[in-house]
Design a protein around this ligand. Structure first.
Ligand code: PMP
Ligand code: GLU
Length: 394
């Protein structure tokens, strides 16, 4: 007898979290593993945010919060959306969740009926397809080209739309490619959607501040897209707050209300202390976190230079986030140190075993030719990791 539901049996384990767990396990066995698998800033949460959390504990913030978030936090989110994105939202359009991941889960739960299609430009963030499948939605992968910086074109979008298309989900800056959609590129996609007024867009902007080219544009900035765009954001990446678990959306009111309803039955809302701390994070001027962005930019330059030196790794220049996504297919079919590498998963496993470096297979992101390397690690670790990879492959 199978104890578990078909739903859970059909769900993949998160490849990013699985690789991080595997690296942790090997480290516990005494192996010197360099972890470049997890998309997690290696900085501490800024002191001014930690102080706000300590204050909240001392001020006895210990009760249930409003299910969709404290009013003051919603006001800080509204201020942030206006200041950074020139987007106007009201309190009834904001929902605070336990990470952007839960925000995405909420959206899928409240918007998808079985069989509804969700267009995912590939590579996409690892959890999108499984969150969609969990609601019996159908992920529709649109393969993009490294020559176009892994961005979906208007023609590709047009070709992927069917009468069942409900939504498009993308991240910009993109995890895992680091690509940033320009205003013109988003406009071209929005133009295609003019013929399809019932299709919604989920714009995941969690890496907004980790942008090396300047110029972040939101789909909701277009007046004709505002009422059918859900803007997803959070503090995990920009404020080095992955464990605090706070994300949020700005959305059409009906969708926000539905997300509130589902949280009311599932979590009762996000953690109270974390919510208070995030008020101070979002009220702060983004210049206060610039030192982290500057360091990521240095590391990007470093890792791109080092990867350039590895035969058969083809890498585009990421414009944001903290990942590189090299195409490693030149190695497929080759046997190195007795191990045959037939795909990206073999390559990630080979690098873990032969170089003691944890990366993530591109297959998890819908691109089986690439691996994802996170450079949210110190420059010393990056130098040593790429040296090991080069030696192992050499
Ligand atoms: N979206 C993207 C693109 C991500 O990389 C992540 C990373 N965790 C998330 C959403 C979820 O972030 P969190 O739940 O930590 O807010
Ligand atoms: N988003 C991060 C990543 O892609 C964290 C892991 C996760 O949430 O799955 O590595």
């Amino acid at each position: 007898m199978n104890q578990l539901s078909d739903r859970i049996n059909n769900l993949s384990t998160s490849a990013t979290l699985a690789m991080a767990a595997k690296a942790r396990e090997l480290r516990a066995e005494g192996k010197d593993i360099i972890g470049l698998s997890l998309g997690e800033p290696d900085f501490n949460t800024p002191d001014f945010v930690k102080d706000a959390a300590i204050q909240a504990v001392n001020d006895n913030y210990n009760s249930y919060t409003p299910v969709d978030g404290y009013g003051e936090l919603k006001d800080a989110i509204i201020t942030k959306f206006k200041r950074d994105n020139n987007l106007d939202y009201t309190r009834t359009q904001i929902v605070v969740s336990t990470g952007a991941k839960q925000a995405l889960f909420n959206i899928a739960s409240v918007m998808l009926n079985p069989g509804d299609e969700v267009i995912l430009p590939c590579p996409y963030w690892v959890s999108y397809s499984d969150i969609v499948k969990l609601q019996e939605g159908v992920p529709v992968e649109v393969k993009t080209d490294i020559k176009n910086d892994f961005k979906m074109t208007a023609d590709q979008l047009r070709a992927a739309i069917t009468p069942k298309t409900k939504m498009i989900w993308y991240s910009s800056p993109c995890n895992p490619s680091g690509s940033v959609y320009s205003k013109a590129e988003l406009r071209a996609l929005a133009d295609v959607l003019q013929d399809h007024p019932n299709i919604y867009v989920v714009s995941d902007e969690i890496y907004e501040h980790i942008n090396f080219i300047g110029g972040h544009y939101s789909m909701a900035n277009f007046e004709d897209m505002y009422n059918r765009t859900i803007t997803v954001n959070g503090v995990s990446k920009a404020f080095a707050m992955t464990g605090w678990r706070i994300g949020y959306i700005g959305a059409p009111e009906t969708i926000a209300r539905a997300c509130n309803k589902i949280q009311g039955q599932v979590t009762s809302g996000a953690n109270c202390i974390a919510q208070r701390a995030v008020i101070s994070a979002l009220e702060a001027d983004p210049s206060r976190i610039q030192y982290m962005v500057d360091e990521f930019k240095e590391r990007r330059k470093l890792i791109l230079g080092l990867l350039d030196d590895i035969d058969g790794f083809i890498t585009n220049e990421p414009e944001g986030a903290f990942y590189v996504f090299p195409n490693v297919s030149a190695y497929f079919g080759k046997t190195i140190k007795g191990k045959t590498i037939n795909n990206a998963s073999d390559m990630a496993m080979f690098l873990l075993e032969a170089a003691n470096v944890a990366t993530v297979t591109g297959e998890a992101f819908g691109n089986p030719n690439c691996i994802r390397i996170s450079y949210a690690a110190s420059q010393e670790q990056i130098i040593e990791a790429i040296r090991r990879i080069k030696t192992a492959l050499g």
